[in-house]
Design a protein around this ligand. Structure first.
Ligand SMILES: [Ca+2]
Length: 108
């Protein structure tokens, strides 16, 4: 499920979103995972990692972290914007858009 970017957003994990009448165990319980300009979080198919894009260095790069927000690893390092990452169905590859030749295209 893709979550749209929010200007100057941070990533927030939520268990489930339900109305007030939902049982207490199913109510929204947000937890801030990062507090910097991050966007497009995607949980891996097995739920073990979160893939996201970030402008935390002043350049959009692709990152991965644990579902608790720890162990952030930068996957790309290029002066061109690298954004909108996505997992392959088996979770073994990622794809993202980059403008490395001044023309947005997908890279894996
Ligand atoms: Ca980049």
């Amino acid at each position: 499920m893709r979550i749209p970017p929010i200007a100057l957003a941070w990533l927030i994990a939520v268990s489930l979103t339900y109305a007030q009448e939902a049982p207490a165990s199913l109510r929204l319980t947000p937890k801030r995972l990062t507090n910097i300009k991050d966007a497009y979080p995607l949980l891996s198919p097995d739920g073990s990692k979160i893939l996201f894009e970030s402008d935390r260095t002043g350049n959009w790069e692709i990152y991965i972290m644990n579902p608790d927000g720890k162990d952030v690893v930068q996957l790309t390092n290029n002066t061109a914007p690298d954004q909108t990452p996505s997992w392959s169905p088996d979770g073994r590859k990622i794809v993202f858009a980059s403008e490395r030749d001044n023309d947005s295209e997908s890279t894996s």
